[in-house]
Design a protein around this ligand. Structure first.
Ligand code: NOJ
Ligand code: NOJ
Length: 610
């Protein structure tokens, strides 16, 4: 009865034992709601394949009936942690996930294929584990790292049990999937991609932090298995070095190496700190641990960005908990608070309390003082240790606990009586908005409340990921990369015969188009949608100028094949116009050349705006 305890905990416990103001009783049915969104038996997601975690049952406005690698991995990490906390019934979900991901890794997609690694960066797939060809912010490079972390946590449990069956499971099933993801991280951590909100191409703190963690714990797992992850060891220090460049002295800038003009204050950074929490680490600034001065200053900056932004926050006193969203400039559904981002504030602070309670000392410095003043107005710069100043130490922790609980209370306030958590709630009315029953919202609630339990009782903490005790950073950051090798995890259920070698083909098409008209690529192979217009590949007009009306496509095609292809125009009224040319491209054998570039010009009817 894991969930029953929360009710008592949230209402009654504070660190020094006084009774906090009662807030709404936490929901005890959220784990079931997560399981309801997982195939093949989840009652909200008929048609989803086994082990597939659907983002939301919503099929329109928005259509989230897909599996996102990120959402699924974060949810799986929660399930693994709950499993470690004694919920043995979850094991079958963990095993089904491993198999589903082994299959998914081999599904070639618009980001690429497994053989080059690039396909692992694809953000989302259909519920039946097939590729999604529509235009999207791809690749997204956090997915493989997060998946590795969820699976490594499970792998370490399997190893700890030391039974033959479990050793076999980790060696033959879990590790081969993890190995591909680690290879991906080692090869592509330094390449730009889309952020977790799928909008900004560049480098994202959340992704880099997750990548660093995956490489560090990947190296440790490899050792335990008598294997080695050379890429993990060679790349991790450079990733940590790079991670430092997101810090601007006051807060973590969420996206760098991007042309997008934003403040960079973004829930991205709190989520990154949470995802890389290590209960055995101290309040390390270098590692952006939840209790570090950097992460606290960042948290304050982030929360303050929403105080006057949303009408529902307008009556809240200046230093009290409020509803928070992705980032202030957000316009998705007009820009609203999200449940999972508001919960992230609470979770970061619960995790911070865990560490302070372990190290028994709180350091307040100039950087963290503004945060402390919000939660405890009398706070001053100094070192407050439990041994020599136990009363103040407890007062500070109680104040943080109270503040964190306030963010959970905000979530409760805007949760409808049914308990359902959608993606967002309205900035003016507080009413639920966007995708209903968002799996990630429920997972975020569960991880936040578990973090609270571990902060306030002897409920076990999540396992350490071997974060470096004294993090060492190379004196100059090196923009390196380790070439990966990628093999289908057949022992875990990847279909045999998949994962064959592919070659990247760049198609450059000159085609003059009017505003609102788009060009697609189609052809006689799965990668090009088998001549089905609905599965054709959207072109990129980013390089289109009046001198050169360029439409670009990059596709990985199976080696050593002659592939038929052609282009399509999609008119602004939805009509498709086909080329009249018959085109073929000879895909060379792998290794013959890195990329093949095809130069074409449109042959066929041209459209007119409707
Ligand atoms: C869908 C993405 O998932 C979301 O994050 C984004 O804000 C919208 N598209 C708008 O681009
Ligand atoms: C939009 C969010 O921005 C993105 O982070 C998420 O992966 C998808 N929705 C699916 O939930």
């Amino acid at each position: 009865m894991i969930f029953r305890g929360w009710i008592a905990t949230l209402v009654a416990t504070t660190i020094s034992g006084t009774i906090a103001a009662p807030s709404l009783a936490p929901r005890n049915d959220y784990l079931q709601r997560v399981l309801d969104n997982i195939g093949p038996n989840g009652k909200q997601v008929p048609g989803a394949s086994a082990g597939v975690i659907i983002a939301s049952p919503s099929t329109q406005d928005p259509d989230y009936f897909f599996t996102w690698t990120r959402d699924a991995a974060l949810t799986m990490k929660m399930l693994v942690d709950e499993f470690l906390h004694g919920n043995a019934g979850l094991r079958s979900y963990l095993q089904a996930y491993v198999k589903s991901q082994a299959i998914l890794q081999t599904v070639s997609n618009p980001s690429g294929a497994l053989s080059s690694g690039r396909g692992l960066g694809e953000p989302k797939f259909y519920a039946n584990l097939t590729r999604y060809n529509g235009a999207w912010g791809r690749p997204q490079r956090d997915g493989p790292a997060l998946r590795a972390t969820a699976l490594i946590t499970y792998a370490n449990w399997l190893l700890n049990t030391r039974t033959n069956a479990n050793l076999k499971e980790v060696k033959e099933q879990v590790w081969p999937v993890v190995k591909n993801d680690l290879a991906y991280v080692g090869e592509f951590w330094n390449s730009t991609g889309f952020d977790l909100w799928e909008e900004v191409s560049g480098s994202s703190f959340f992704a880099t932090a997750a990548q660093h963690r995956a490489l560090v714990e990947g190296a440790a797992l490899a050792k335990r298995l008598g294997q080695n992850c050379a890429a993990c060891e060679s790349q991790a220090p450079n990733v940590l070095c790079f991670l430092q460049t997101y810090w601007n002295g006051k807060y973590v800038v969420a996206n760098i190496n991007t042309g997008v003009q934003r403040s960079g204050v973004d829930a991205n950074t709190l989520l990154g700190s949470i995802a890389t929490f290590d209960p055995a680490a101290t309040c390390s600034d270098t590692l952006f641990q939840p209790c570090s001065a950097r992460a606290l200053s960042n948290l304050k900056t982030y929360v303050d960005a929403f105080r006057t932004l949303y009408t529902i926050n307008s009556k809240t006193p200046k230093t009290s908990p409020v509803a928070t969203g992705r980032y202030a400039e957000d316009i998705y559904y007009n820009g609203n608070p999200w449940y999972l981002t508001t919960l992230a504030v609470a979770e970061q602070l619960y995790l911070a309390i865990q560490t302070w309670s372990t190290v028994n000392v709180i350091e307040i410095n100039a950087l963290s003082l503004p945060f402390w003043k919000d939660v405890y107005p009398a706070a001053k710069i100094g070192t407050i240790s439990k041994r020599s100043n136990g009363k103040n130490f407890n007062k500070l922790l109680d104040a943080v606990l109270d503040y964190a609980d306030g963010f959970v209370a905000v979530v409760h306030q805007y949760t409808p009586a049914s308990g359902a958590l959608s993606e967002q709630f309205d900035r003016n009315t507080g009413a639920p908005l966007s995708a209903r029953d968002l799996t990630w919202s429920y997972a975020a609630y569960i991880t936040a409340l578990s973090a609270r339990r571990s902060a306030t009782s002897n409920y076990p903490q999540v396992p350490s990921w071997n974060a470096p005790k004294v993090p060492k950073i190379p004196s100059t950051c090196s923009a390196s990369s380790a070439k990966g090798t990628y093999v289908p995890a057949t022992g875990a259920g990847a279909p045999p015969g998949q994962g064959g070698c592919t070659v990247l083909i760049a198609f450059n098409l000159n085609a003059t188009t009017y505003y609102g008209e788009n060009i697609y690529l189609t052809g006689n192979v799965t990668e090009l949608g088998n001549w089905r217009t609905s599965d054709s590949i959207p072109g990129d007009a980013g390089g289109y100028t009046s001198e050169r009306p360029l439409w670009k496509f990059e596709v990985e095609l199976p080696e050593n094949e002659v592939v038929g292809y052609g282009y399509l125009r999609l008119e602004d009224d939805g009509e498709w116009l086909k080329e009249t040319a018959n085109r073929t491209v000879s895909v060379p054998k792998c290794g013959a050349s890195e990329t093949v570039t095809v130069q074409d010009a449109w042959v066929g009817p041209t459209g007119i705006p409707s």
